[in-house]
Design a protein around this ligand. Structure first.
Ligand SMILES: C[S@@+](CC[C@H](N)C(=O)[O-])C[C@H]1O[C@@H](n2cnc3c(N)ncnc32)[C@H](O)[C@@H]1O
Length: 345
């Protein structure tokens, strides 16, 4: 994990402690966060001002920070000016600023959420527009268009790509982050399948190939990422009181643009390694579909590397191996590609 995540989490924690000393053990805040969490997971109608509370920031803020840091690893270049659509109370904007953005333009329909965002981001370079995305002024300046945990609130017939790109048509990159559940993740995967048909678009991540998404073939599948991140003490205690795992977060994301493809010829680890008798298998996805990378226990060195692979790791495409199982026999076959993007200051 890059250091900007820790910086953003610390800023968030300090802000919450200033606004509500002892917030981590505040039972009313905890109850409010629990109710919000339930509303989001059960997809009941979400109040327009749902993100406008300290309970929202304490519960969902860390998720936004961690998710942004995961998605930005897929980007081939650093973005200086970000347009953040559905900015809520500013957690995603804070993440971009801590990751090195010089300026973030927040677009948000809730005035109350923007009031809280202004307090959170005080002293940093940002601007705000209160409007639904469809009514916000188009042609905002930005090198990156971002929408974090927002498009899942949009009706199925909303054209996500067109709605976002209308706001900043000159943006070179777009990042959409959403929850890791099946409907939201599959919506991003369907969008990805549209994008790869456009020869002018490069899909940076989560995968770099241009084949149809194999996880869309069966209705029951979906592709999501799981990020492990230890929170700061108060944020972790709050998460514990609310009843959420403070270390593992599920998310789905899609990053595309017009830059150089990053490791286009990679397969991506999409699940956890499963140890079986005499072997370890890990699901990977890439050109020509889903398969398992497998190593035998007797090949100790390879076995241990495969057993240590984490979701999201990008590996070279196996040469000449098109079956369901990719028999890995040499460590050099699975040397992970690293992102060439410079780390944020
Ligand atoms: C779940 S919150 C996410 C906030 C922030 N990005 C984060 O990750 O913490 C989604 C926000 O998007 C806003 N929103 C949803 N649809 C919108 C639209 N069409 N235009 C502007 N804001 C929108 C909601 O009001 C809400 O504050």
């Amino acid at each position: 994990m890059v250091p900007d995540v820790d910086a953003a989490l610390l800023v968030l924690e300090r802000f919450l402690l200033r606004q509500r000393p002892g917030f981590a053990d505040d039972h009313r805040l905890v109850a409010q966060a629990r109710a919000l969490s339930l509303a989001y997971t059960e997809s009941r109608v979400i109040d327009d001002d749902a993100a406008a509370s300290l309970a929202y920031l304490a519960h969902f803020g860390p998720r936004a920070v961690v998710a942004v840091s995961r998605a930005l690893r897929a980007l081939p270049q650093k973005s200086h000016v970000v347009v953040d659509v559905g900015a809520g109370s500013g957690a995603s904007a804070l993440a971009w600023l801590c990751a090195g953005a010089r300026h973030v333009s927040l677009i948000e329909r809730s005035g109350a959420a923007l009031d809280l965002a202004r307090k959170l981001l005080d002293g940093r370079s940002f601007s705000t527009t209160q409007a639904p995305a469809a009514l916000a002024p188009p042609h905002l300046q930005g090198t990156l268009l971002s929408s974090v945990f927002t498009v899942g609130e949009w009706a199925d017939d909303v054209d996500v790509r067109a709605t976002l790109q209308r706001l900043a048509p000159a943006a070179s990159d777009v990042v959409v982050v959403d929850a890791g559940d099946r409907p939201r993740a599959r919506r991003l995967q369907s969008l990805r399948d549209e994008l790869v048909k456009d020869a002018n678009v490069v899909v940076y991540g989560p995968c770099g190939h241009r084949d149809p998404c194999p996880a869309l073939v069966r209705e029951r599948d979906w592709c999501h990422d799981r990020v492990e991140k230890r929170l700061t003490p108060s944020l972790a205690r709050f998460a514990e009181h609310v009843g959420r795992d403070d270390e593992r977060m599920s998310l789905s994301y899609l990053a595309w643009g017009h830059g150089t493809p990053f490791a286009a010829s990679a397969v991506v680890v999409i699940g956890e390694p499963g140890r079986e008798k005499g072997r370890v298998r890990v699901p990977v996805c890439g050109p020509a579909g889903l398969r398992f990378a497998q190593a035998l226990k007797r090949d100790r060195a390879v076995h241990d590397v495969v057993a240590g692979l984490v979701r999201g790791a990008r590996l070279p495409v196996p040469a000449g191996n098109r079956g369901d199982t990719w028999h890995v026999t040499d460590v050099s076959e699975i040397v992970e590609s690293t992102n060439p993007r410079p780390e944020c200051p």
